[in-house]
Design a protein around this ligand. Structure first.
Ligand SMILES: N[C@@H](CCC(=O)N[C@@H](CS)C(=O)NCC(=O)O)C(=O)O
Length: 217
């Protein structure tokens, strides 16, 4: 099994977090030809996005699909809940992040340079992110993890997206996106305190900052 992409992508980081929580030792491989738009990589993932996963000569795209595949095929504790409603709830949280929160990251990234910043677009994106996080808060249980006592699929999907949104929001002076959201605040404390997700967050933030610095050159 081979996982392609760079850690600075939250979509890649969630698949790596899944692999690490499973304890399966899956490492990241840079995209074929050094780019997600190279003909070699497009042959693996025609979407030209990361991550992609190759296994047994076949390829998968889309991070949540890859997370589920890793969970189903690798040994170790199942990250997807046993109960059908709990499973649906985990997929729902993942869907809410991907549909309503994460898509706003693009506008924050685009406006990082103050010289060519569109303030209205930035404020609109921050408001949309806050609205999405407020909605996600309403679907969180008592925690501390999304599914209760232990980390699972929803946590693996959500955590890197929250890291990325927080890093981007901090470019605009927003120091805590989860302010006023007690369930998500407790959840993030659990994510930071967990040895696997806590240490991946540090690696992720380093990779993200290196990516931003490379864009400035
Ligand atoms: N829905 C996709 C999103 C993946 C995605 O957008 N990845 C970004 C990196 S953060 C990417 O590859 N962007 C390149 C592009 O869209 O051209 C997933 O969950 O895997």
């Amino acid at each position: 099994m081979k996982l392609y992409g760079y850690l600075a992508s939250p979509y890649v980081a969630r698949t790596l977090l899944t692999a690490r929580w499973k304890g399966c030792g899956l490492e990241l491989t840079p995209p074929h030809g050094g780019s997600i738009k190279s003909p070699e990589y497009l042959a693996v993932n025609p979407l030209g996005k990361m991550p992609a996963l190759e296994d047994g000569g076949r390829c998968l795209a889309e991070s949540t699909v890859i997370c589920e595949y890793i969970d189903e095929t690798q040994s170790g504790r199942k990250l997807m809940p046993e109960d059908a409603m709990d499973r649906a709830q985990a997929r729902l949280l993942a869907r809410l992040v991907d549909t309503y929160a994460a898509p706003n990251a693009g506008a924050l990234a685009r406006n990082a340079n103050p010289a060519i910043r569109n303030d209205a677009e930035v404020q609109g994106s921050l408001a949309a992110i806050r609205k999405a996080l407020g909605d996600i808060e309403k679907f969180m249980g008592e925690g501390p993890w999304a599914g209760g006592a232990r980390p699972g699929f929803a946590d693996a999907v959500m955590a890197p997206s929250f890291w990325s949104l927080q890093l981007m929001a901090s470019l605009y002076g927003v120091s805590d996106l989860l302010d006023g959201l007690p369930k998500l605040g407790r959840w993030m404390q659990a994510v930071d305190a967990d040895p696997v997700s806590g240490s991946l967050r540090k690696e992720y933030e380093q990779a993200f900052r290196a990516f931003l610095a490379s864009k400035k050159k």
